[in-house]
Design a protein around this ligand. Structure first.
Ligand SMILES: [Zn+2]
Length: 221
């Protein structure tokens, strides 16, 4: 068997003196038989079959994409805990340019989450929120904190003693403002959320000091 021509999804093979064309659809090889290739009409037939095979392959590919089977996402996947699913899920990481973030965030949300700004103390809309529910990232919707972990720190910012899960946040050393602090970021989109300090209540002894503007809240009964 000698391969004599390659054409994207279709291939021609010479087998025992005869030519065969085949295409690969869904990992299955589909063959098209020919008798000989010693006249012009045979060449026309080969070209015709190759065009049909190619369109079959394109149709199969678009059908797979429609039902979401084989299309691999380009983005990097991360594992985070989902309150709704009561377990870990795989989500695509969100990478947007500042230009794209500006279009979907308010100026205040943009400055805090993408430029590490801090909202003024005692001004945040979730500071005195005592409803039961989940606090999500305002940029990407990643679950970050639950109301059961919220406590009154008296600092002027919503405070939590633990995140939903360690996988849902990223901790990073922050040496700005002549201090060494630990910055808290969303693990899915990299949004700046606030800082964590080691003066929190039991059981963790941590205080996640978070900007209200970096959060959105969903009430859960
Ligand atoms: Zn996020």
């Amino acid at each position: 068997m000698i391969m004599v021509k390659y054409c994207t999804e279709s291939l021609l093979l010479k087998q025992e003196g005869n030519l065969k064309a085949f295409t690969v659809v869904n990992d299955e090889v589909i063959y098209y038989n020919f008798i000989t290739i010693d006249n012009f009409m045979q060449v026309i037939r080969i070209l015709f079959v190759m065009i049909v095979a190619r369109s079959l392959a394109i149709t199969a590919t678009s059908q797979q994409e429609n039902i979401g089977v084989s299309k691999k996402k380009d983005g990097k996947m991360i594992k985070v805990y989902s309150i709704e699913n009561k377990g870990y899920v795989e989500l695509e990481k969100i990478n947007k340019s500042n230009e794209e973030w500006r279009k979907i965030l308010t100026p205040e949300q943009f400055e805090v989450t993408r430029h590490e700004a801090t909202e003024c103390a005692f001004t945040g809309h979730f500071l005195n929120n005592h409803e039961k529910g989940v606090y999500r990232c305002v940029c990407c919707g990643n679950d970050l904190f639950v109301s059961d972990a919220k406590f009154e720190s008296g600092t002027g910012w919503p405070s939590f003693f633990q995140p939903v899960a360690g996988e849902n946040i990223i901790l990073k050393t922050d040496k700005s403002l002549f201090m060494i602090r630990t910055e808290v970021l969303c693990s899915r989109c990299g949004a700046h959320l606030g800082h964590v300090f080691e003066d929190g209540p039991k059981p963790t002894g941590l205080r996640f000091c978070i900007n209200s503007v970096a959060l959105k809240f969903e009430k859960i009964e």
